[in-house]
Design a binder for this molecule. Structure first.
Ligand SMILES: Nc1ncnc2c1ncn2[C@@H]1O[C@H](COP(=O)(O)OP(=O)(O)OP(=O)(O)O)[C@@H](O)[C@H]1O
Length: 264
């Protein structure tokens, strides 16, 4: 496949986070934080416990409203609507799995597609059930996503019967099924064995091939260093560094704040 080398700096960022501040009473969880996520890039967000990483995700998902600042998605003002996020092109995986134990793997993945499915306005107005062809299309898309992650053979299984690493992939498939523009991964390596983390790294690296950008919050620094082209570092709600993995690895302030500290 021919690879086009584009200068990312001239492209409109997939996500622009501008001067965003979030306060909880007297606590400033994010303090005028700005960074961008280029199209088709994997960007890592690291920082010690309480640095503001989850709050940053929550702003992008509309769960926390900034006191000031703004967001843009593909150059347009972005006002996240948490119940319509998938339709806005943003998907998120949770720190836990968030799978429904009573639904099969495929049914769990289809939940990720439900909210993106373009409804037929007449069917909607009359509260008619989704057409069979529409259902079939969603199932094909769900199965394709499972297949892309190498887990199509588990489509009919219940999640609790599967190893943790597979269940993690199911959660990822649910997020990817709706073909998001931006995928937020919240500590995806948590609870995974070493070999599963290597496989996860491969998957994360492959996501931009679909045109989707990734923001990765992760304590597993090796994973972040391996898969991200840029890394933003938060400490006490402030952005203390933003650069390539090599730049971040060589940054003394980052080492002091975070890299020297073994995560719990
Ligand atoms: N809803 C809330 N109400 C009050 N304080 C909050 C709330 N959510 C987060 N905080 C505080 O905001 C700060 C940032 O928290 P946040 O969870 O974003 O950090 P984090 O970097 O994700 O930490 P961790 O790595 O432990 O998940 C912390 O001091 C936290 O206690």
């Amino acid at each position: 496949m021919e690879v086009l080398h584009t200068d990312q700096s001239v492209l409109t960022p997939r996500l622009r986070f501008s001067d965003v501040s979030v306060r909880f009473g007297g606590l400033t969880a994010l303090d005028s934080v700005s960074f961008t996520v280029p199209p088709g890039a994997v960007v890592g967000i690291i920082g010690p416990n309480g640095a503001g990483k989850t709050t940053l995700f929550n702003v992008i998902c509309g769960f926390n409203t900034p006191a000031s600042g703004s967001l843009e998605l593909d150059g347009e003002k972005f006002q996240p609507r948490r119940h319509r996020l998938t339709r806005q092109g943003v998907a998120r995986t949770l720190q836990g799995l968030g799978l429904f134990p009573g639904l099969t793997v495929l049914e769990n993945v289809l939940l990720g597609l439900e909210s993106t499915a373009r409804h037929n306005p007449v069917e909607d107005a009359l509260a008619l059930p989704r057409s069979r062809s529409g259902e079939a299309r969603l199932r094909v898309r769900g199965l394709q996503t499972l297949d892309d992650l190498g887990i199509a053979s588990f489509a009919s299984a219940l999640p609790d019967t599967l190893p943790y690493g597979i269940r993690k992939k199911v959660a990822l498939a649910r997020a990817l099924a709706g073909s998001p523009r931006l995928l937020l991964l919240d500590e995806p390596a948590g609870g995974l064995a070493h070999e599963d983390i290597d496989e996860l790294a491969e998957i994360i690296r492959s996501v931009p091939e679909t045109g989707c950008s990734v923001v990765l919050v992760e304590h597993h620094v090796d994973l972040v260093m391996n898969v991200c082209e840029r890394i933003a570092v938060l400490d006490f709600g402030k952005l203390i560094a933003d650069g390539t993995p090599a730049e971040i690895g060589a940054n003394q302030a980052v080492t002091d704040a975070y890299l020297g500290v073994e995560p719990a």
